[in-house]
Design a protein around this ligand. Structure first.
Ligand SMILES: Cc1ncc(COP(=O)(O)O)c(C=O)c1O
Length: 484
């Protein structure tokens, strides 16, 4: 996209007004600047994709109930910052900021944006030495064709060994290497779910899970994960019987975003419920290795309690590095055969160098994981302390593991806060992103995957942004039952 042509769809004035919600900053009289910032946030959030054609000025002004001058001023700012392009006859559309331009230049702290939309720490220090160590093995691989549809044997073997060590005996033939956990989930959905099928999901849950279910043209059936008490296994049992889903998607190891861990007894009960309903479950173990408790025996994988009903999805992303883009599926051999066949229509394997490096890390994973846990524990504790200091009215349960705090806000204000926070140089994912059908306006996910000093600064800015939101608008009553 070079900014010359609008390539995307068109958004109507009323739709854009709904998407923008309450876009005015507290007590602000800078209407054009506020509107421009709110539109920019939607672009950064991916809700207004590059190429989207914007409504005409008059249409947007009518939809927002503001003057055309104000809308024109906002568009001027967006054009200046390179986020919007316009041409006579073609209207205006979202474009790419060229040469790193963008809004919010002025105040010093806005120059350095802190991105809290990713729960993903930087690479473990051991990754570079691992890459060095596999140079010789990589040179040998260069003489071969390089395609390993199921993954490289050495890596599959080490992943199988890791499951066995965690209490789930596994053979390499039960492992398929993928390009990350998201790819793995999509492959399973492709193999097991058809259009119109129901898929049970947690609420709140990782947004890309719901996105993958939607992309498979299936319907998400939410079951609540209580912010304080976690899963309601009898409730899941009832949902399995009543909704008869084709598949369940569960993240029982430090759930994203709540951080809950399902205990052994509940794993046992859940296993019985899945078997009775004959519903397979995709168990997303992306965050499973980030158990931050000290001296506590880790609970075995859910698949150890479910016989053949669990299909486990794992990832190198959080334990080692997201940029490795490596994940895997652990399942019964016949399902792995089907998934390997299905994969060939999508891609034909994962990068060889990355697989070699991950296999090297997995040769002796404990020291690397122990260091990772210490690092993440430090980030968690810094974030919790910063929230207590700068946002004392927020409440959050300190999770035993994972990468995020799920914070309850004093008011249903999550979207407004995310807009205000962007103006203070912090990007956050508002609660509604984690709701199957939106909602969750009283909640905000804060990941702890940045260095402690960055987290402290981010929360300081969030405290200022939250104060501006609170002083601005009248409190909105939470509609009954809308928040979990
Ligand atoms: C629960 C969960 N599943 C899957 C993913 C995506 O993992 P990957 O990077 O391996 O595709 C994430 C990343 O944040 C996650 O939190």
């Amino acid at each position: 996209m070079n900014g010359q042509f609008p390539l995307g769809g068109r958004i109507s004035g009323s739709r854009l007004a709904t998407t923008l919600g309450d876009w005015r900053q507290s007590g602000s009289r800078r209407g054009a600047a506020d509107l421009a910032s709110a539109i920019e946030l939607q672009v950064l959030d991916g809700r207004l994709p590059v190429g989207t054609r914007l409504p005409a000025e008059r249409e947007l002004a009518d939809a927002l109930g503001v003057s055309r001058t104000l809308v024109g001023g906002a568009l001027d700012r967006l054009r200046e910052s390179g986020l919007v392009a316009s041409r006579q006859g073609a209207g205006s559309w979202i474009t790419f900021p060229q040469g790193g331009r963008g809004l919010r230049p002025a105040p010093a702290d806005r120059l350095d944006l802190i991105d809290l939309t990713h729960a993903s720490p930087p690479a473990v220090p051991a990754l570079l030495p691992a890459l060095d160590a596999v140079r010789g093995a990589f040179a040998a691989e260069l003489l071969d064709h390089g395609y390993h549809v199921r993954g490289m044997p050495a890596l599959r073997e080490r992943i199988a060994d890791r499951y066995t060590a965690r209490g789930l005996p596994t053979s390499p033939d039960q492992v398929l290497i993928t390009n990350g956990a998201q790819h793995a989930l999509s492959l399973v959905l492709r193999a097991l779910v058809g259009p119109g099928d129901r898929v049970l999901v947690e609420q709140p849950c990782y947004p890309n899970t719901v996105g993958a279910i939607r992309a498979a043209h299936a319907l998400s059936v939410p079951v609540a994960v209580d912010p304080h008490d976690g899963w309601d296994v009898p409730g899941i049992d009832a949902a399995l019987r009543q909704a008869a889903p084709r598949l369940a998607c569960l993240t029982v190891d430090f759930q994203n975003p709540t951080g809950h861990l399902l205990g052994a007894e509940d794993r046992e009960r859940l296993g019985v419920a899945l078997a009775r309903a004959r519903t397979p479950a995709v168990v997303d173990e992306t965050i499973a290795e980030l158990d931050l408790r000290d001296g506590v025996e880790p609970v075995p994988p859910l698949a150890a309690f479910t016989r053949d009903w669990a299909i486990t999805v794992g990832s190198a992303a959080k334990s080692y590095w997201g940029g490795l883009r490596l994940g895997w599926i652990r399942a019964q051999e016949d399902l792995i055969d089907r998934l390997a066949a299905a994969r060939c229509t999508l891609d034909l394997g994962s990068p060889v160098l990355d697989q070699l490096a991950l296999a090297e890390l997995l040769a002796d994973p404990e020291p690397v994981l122990a260091a990772r846990r210490t690092e993440v524990r430090g980030m968690r504790d810094a974030l919790v302390a910063a929230v207590r200091e700068h946002c004392p009215e927020w409440t959050c349960r300190v999770p035993d593991g994972g990468l995020s705090l799920w914070c309850r806000l004093p008011e249903p204000m999550s979207t407004r806060l995310s807009v205000a926070a962007a103006n203070h140089g912090v990007l956050v994912a508002e609660g509604s992103r984690f709701g199957v059908h939106g909602g969750l306006e009283r909640w905000l996910r804060l990941p702890f995957s940045l260095p402690p000093e960055r987290l402290r600064e981010a929360v300081r800015r969030l405290g200022v942004a939250a104060a501006s939101v609170l002083s601005a608008a009248p409190a909105i009553e939470t509609p009954a039952g809308a928040v979990t």
